[in-house]
Ligand binder design. Structure first.
Ligand code: COA
Length: 186
């Protein structure tokens, strides 16, 4: 699998921090994906359909695998370190790697929120990012109302750089986005 991608190798040891580790998604994560799809916001920012059935959840998991093969980036399941049970998903998107830049995103299933998992996952994802040769900057685009996400970014060491007015369309509406970023430590 690794040899078919233009990206650096998949990490031999799952990136980990605090209560989570980041691993490949697998079919057994479908129940988590189905729960994630009940969040009204998650389907608007990715390809998981709202209230996904089993087949849709499995197709979404398969799409996450293809992200690496296609050279789009690394999509990880966020798993509880203690149990290896999936609690969410995060991605490091590397289509701008030739310019030294990446973006990242993350979602945690509603029943697993409020335990620090998103902040732990973003911390692990960011540290993994600095192992990617030629990567110097990771950006996050966050809607101003999404305080859970801005706090997650701050907990993981990202700094707010400004507001991008009318930056993108989500659910048919142009949205302002806050720009957060982390840069490779000296
Ligand atoms: C945003 C999201 C990932 C947070 O996940 P989580 O695992 O509950 O977050 P954590 O427990 O790691 O919390 C991280 C910080 O955010 C704060 N936080 C989390 N949810 C919050 C909320 N709804 N309101 C206010 N603060 C919140 C926590 O208190 C913590 O801050 P602190 O350490 O200063 O107390 C989760 O709510 C989610 O998946 N939302 C839908 C998808 C989404 O918005 N993704 C991000 C798109 S940019």
């Amino acid at each position: 699998m690794d040899s078919t991608s233009s990206l650096p190798p998949w990490p031999r040891t799952p990136p980990a921090h605090g209560g989570v580790l980041l691993r490949r998604a697998r079919a057994g994560d479908a129940a988590m994906a189905r729960e994630l799809s009940t969040d009204p916001y998650v389907p608007t920012i990715g390809t998981l359909p709202p209230h996904a059935g089993d087949d849709e959840a499995l197709e979404w998991i398969n799409r996450q695998h293809r992200r690496y093969d296609e050279g789009t980036g690394f999509s990880f399941a966020i798993a509880e370190a203690a149990t290896d049970a999936a609690v969410g998903q995060c991605g490091l998107w590397l289509s701008q790697l030739p310019d030294g830049r990446a973006t990242a995103g993350y979602s945690v299933a509603p029943s697993a929120r409020g335990r620090g998992y998103a902040a732990d996952a973003l911390t692990a994802l960011t540290a993994f990012g600095w192992t990617v040769p030629g990567l110097f900057r990771i950006a996050l685009y966050i809607e101003p109302w999404n305080v859970g996400s801005t706090r997650t970014a701050e907990r993981a060491g990202y700094l707010r750089e400004g507001v991008l007015r009318s930056h993108q369309e989500i659910a048919g509406v142009r949205r302002d986005m806050l720009l957060y970023a982390a840069v490779r430590p000296e």
